[in-house]
Ligand binder design. Structure first.
Ligand SMILES: [Zn+2]
Length: 397
């Protein structure tokens, strides 16, 4: 065990430093500046690109091909503070006692505590307390995960252009009251925009028009019914996923006395493993049929399909073994939101998420992280990396 319970305070201090730096999507430069100076201060190289993505490579004793790499990845941006913060979200504060000691502040769970753990893991390598035999580490701190900004996109794309790999571990929140879970994947996301075309008329004579908003109401009801009927899908072990669909935006009508001829709806569709864009397109055909004379056109943008960890791969086996050693159990979980795992998966890697953030704390007022989870997740990530390296060093492919 590399990180003792006492190290929670040192890692917590790093969390406080990071939370104090405002880093909304697209405005990550001060954060990149700080993280880069911490890493170079350890004596490690740290490349920074024009978009403020950071990459540190730790070479093993016997480096192999470029692809023999594990990415350890986290995003530096946070969402804007939601309503309901009782204090300044960028002034972190400590509360609680014992196992419930916490740090509250914007991004504590999502995901500056993950970044803090990554920095403390890097320090172990910088101080030569660990040297991997065969496995190369590519540790990246990337921008715009929460949303794109002007001239910037999710920085994982840029990191992947520079460095291939076989595995990726992200450090988003995965802790609950027991220990850090192994998050074995996440849902994909598709966004459909439906444009409805009716016919305007004076609202004194609705029978002369074709009401696009009434058609939209029918679609809303159909989406609600469809969502209620989705079946749960078994992903891995006792981890289950379930598709979802919901209307998130609606825009229509011209004036209070005109039968509306236009209405536009946006549907957010969360994709479970095994589902494809074809499935979503079939749903859209059904949703937009029989609208009493209103015609419908739609566009569909699929950010990514769902992604799941290989149940038989060396990454999950390493993580399960490390978790048993540390906590005498290995627990798995599933992320219903889309995370950067999908991008690493699309690049052909096997993926897993392990992080110190507390589940359910992302994007909420009063977001916190528990101090006890900082060393726990640092140990689990490092244990996973070391076991994977042993697997490689034993000559496995
Ligand atoms: Zn996040």
């Amino acid at each position: 065990m590399r990180f003792t319970n006492e190290s929670a305070d040192a890692i917590g201090k790093t969390v406080v430093d990071l939370v104090s730096i405002k880093a909304l999507s697209g405005e990550e430069a001060p954060m990149a500046e700080h993280v880069q100076s911490v890493i170079t201060g350890m004596g490690l190289p740290c490349a920074r690109d024009v978009h403020d993505n950071l990459l540190t490579i730790i070479e093993p004793e016997t480096p192999g091909a470029a692809i023999d790499t594990l990415h350890l990845s986290g995003h530096t941006d946070t969402v804007v503070p939601v309503e309901g913060w009782a204090r300044d979200p960028w002034t972190p504060f400590h509360s609680g006692s014992g196992d419930d000691r916490r740090i509250t502040g914007l991004g504590t769970s999502d995901m500056k505590s993950g970044l803090a753990v990554m920095l403390h893991i890097l320090k172990q390598f910088a101080d030569k307390k660990i040297r991997l035999k065969r496995l190369r580490l590519a540790v990246s701190f990337t921008v715009c995960e929460e949303m794109p900004a002007k001239g910037k996109r999710n920085g994982v794309h840029d990191i992947l252009k520079q460095q291939p790999g076989r595995w990726a571990v992200t450090t988003e929140a995965s802790c609950d009251e027991t220990c850090p879970t192994l998050a074995v994947g996440c849902q994909g996301h598709a966004v459909a925009k439906i444009q409805l075309q009716g016919r305007s008329a004076h609202s004194a004579c609705p029978e002369n028009g074709i009401n696009a908003i009434h058609a939209a109401a029918k679609i809303c009801a159909r989406v609600e019914k469809m969502n209620a009927e989705y079946k749960t899908i078994r992903v891995l072990g006792d981890v289950r996923a379930r598709p979802s669909a919901t209307v998130t935006l609606i825009k229509g009508g011209a004036a209070g006395n005109i039968i509306p001829e236009h209405c536009e709806l946006t549907i957010s569709r969360r994709i479970a493993p095994g589902e494809t864009t074809d499935d979503v397109e079939k749903e859209l055909i059904e949703l937009t049929g029989n609208l009493d004379g209103v015609s419908a056109k739609w566009t569909l943008r699929c950010d990514a399909p769902a992604c799941a960890t290989d149940p038989n791969g060396p990454l999950l086996k390493s993580a399960i073994a490390a978790s048993h050693e540390l906590f005498h159990c290995a627990r798995t979980s599933w992320n219903r939101a889309r995370t950067d795992l999908v991008l690493f998966k699309q690049a052909g890697m096997d993926v897993l998420n392990i992080g110190p953030g507390y589940t359910g704390q992302a994007h909420v007022a009063g977001e916190y992280v528990r101090l006890i989870d900082l060393p726990k997740s640092a140990n689990l990530i490092l244990g996973t990396i070391e076991k994977l390296d042993e697997w490689m060093a034993a000559g496995n492919q």
